[in-house]
Design a protein around this ligand. Structure first.
Ligand SMILES: NC(=O)c1ccc[n+]([C@@H]2O[C@H](COP(=O)([O-])OP(=O)(O)OC[C@H]3O[C@@H](n4cnc5c(N)ncnc54)[C@H](O)[C@@H]3O)[C@@H](O)[C@H]2O)c1
Length: 315
């Protein structure tokens, strides 16, 4: 029976992936871990304090729970990484290396580790960035993700570690607050709309970025983890895509429900990060290899979030 350890489980993605993993593997077979206290979203989920910067601590929990799969989510996101270069390097690259080593030594069944569209830099094609486009990022976060992807491919090719990865676009959910990324505005904007407040956007109105609703991100993760390994042709990380929009387009989508919603623009250092990323991603290879297909477009995502947000946070 598979037993899964999720690192960074208290983050924006962790809480939602754990729900998906529990549906598939059963409660009790998914162990959440983080350096922070679990919030309400993880009530009833077995939890361990694990600092992924400490390989012995990870190994101890792997042995204690007879873990067979690790879903390694703990990382510093793009905006925070830019302000903490050394920590980003140690956390984002060092912890992945520890987990791949543990997976090899303990003969784990699988590892899932997310990369990001931040692997693409100014040299990549911006509209319809293909799977094998140049990965020459200009950000600390992007550099850490390219390096991680290469380590994943190395451990797969050299030691047979079955590590799988997707390049998530900006992830948009409503069940937890975002953790310091450049696409966080697309989460915060819904909170302001529901509270009837004006939203101050840290990107320019026409900044187009690839995005994805959280339910699609969870679906992509589970679909790839369940895919037949024989069909997987990419062992760095798969491009996946869903929606691509600008701040003024998401504001227009919100105004269909909240006609008086107002947005003002005050670009900061995150504009430069966003400008170095693609507008739209080509995910043909993921669609071919493991039938990737998202369910949400901009308006269906907006409606779903606005229908649920007030209840979730009791606004
Ligand atoms: N959120 C996005 O838009 C997005 C996009 C692309 C890729 N990703 C990737 O997905 C993964 C999860 O992202 P997220 O949005 O949930 O991030 P997040 O910032 O919301 O959560 C990260 C979690 O890691 C934990 N953490 C930090 N340092 C730790 C340590 N030393 N040991 C253990 N836990 C530690 C934090 O407490 C936090 O709960 C990351 O690898 C990220 O790079 C996210």
């Amino acid at each position: 029976m598979s037993k899964i350890l999720v690192t960074g489980a208290c983050g924006q993605l962790g809480v939602e992936i754990i729900n998906g993993l529990e549906t598939q593997y059963g409660r009790g077979n998914v162990i959440a871990s983080d350096i922070n206290e679990p919030g309400d979203g993880l009530t009833g989920v077995p939890f361990e304090f694990v600092d992924v910067m400490n390989p012995q601590q990870i190994l101890g929990i792997v042995k204690k729970h007879k873990i067979t799969i690790i879903c390694h989510l703990a990382a510093l996101l793009s905006a925070t990484a830019e302000k903490n270069i050394d920590l980003a390097r140690k956390l984002n690259i060092g912890s992945l290396h520890s987990i791949l080593t543990i997976a090899k030594d303990e003969k784990l069944e699988k590892v899932f580790w997310p990369s990001s569209i931040a692997v693409f830099g100014p040299d990549a094609k911006t509209d319809g960035t293909p799977q094998n486009s140049a990965c020459t990022p200009s950000t600390v976060y992007g550099i850490s993700k390219v390096s991680g992807e290469l380590w994943c491919a190395y451990y797969y090719n050299t030691f047979g570690v079955d590590v799988r990865s997707v390049r998530y676009p900006g992830l948009i959910g409503y069940k937890s607050l975002p953790g310091g990324g450049t696409t966080d505005y697309a989460v915060d904007i819904y909170h302001k709309a529901v509270k009837g407040e004006t939203f101050e956007c840290f990107l320019k109105p026409d900044t187009r970025l690839p995005m994805m609703f959280m339910d699609d991100a969870v679906k992509a993760t589970l679909d790839l983890m369940n895919a037949n390994p024989d069909g997987l042709t990419v062992r760095t990380s798969y491009n996946i895509a869903a929606i691509s929009f600008t701040p003024e387009e998401i504001a227009a989508s919100i105004r269909k429900r909240y006609p008086n919603f107002e947005i003002v623009y005050k670009p900061d250092y995150r504009q430069q990060i966003a400008d170095s990323w693609p507008d739209r991603i080509d995910d043909t290879v993921a669609r071919t290899d493991w039938n990737w297909n998202p369910n949400y477009d901009l308006d269906t995502m907006t409606n779903h979030i606005l229908d649920n947000l007030s209840d979730f946070w009791k606004y």
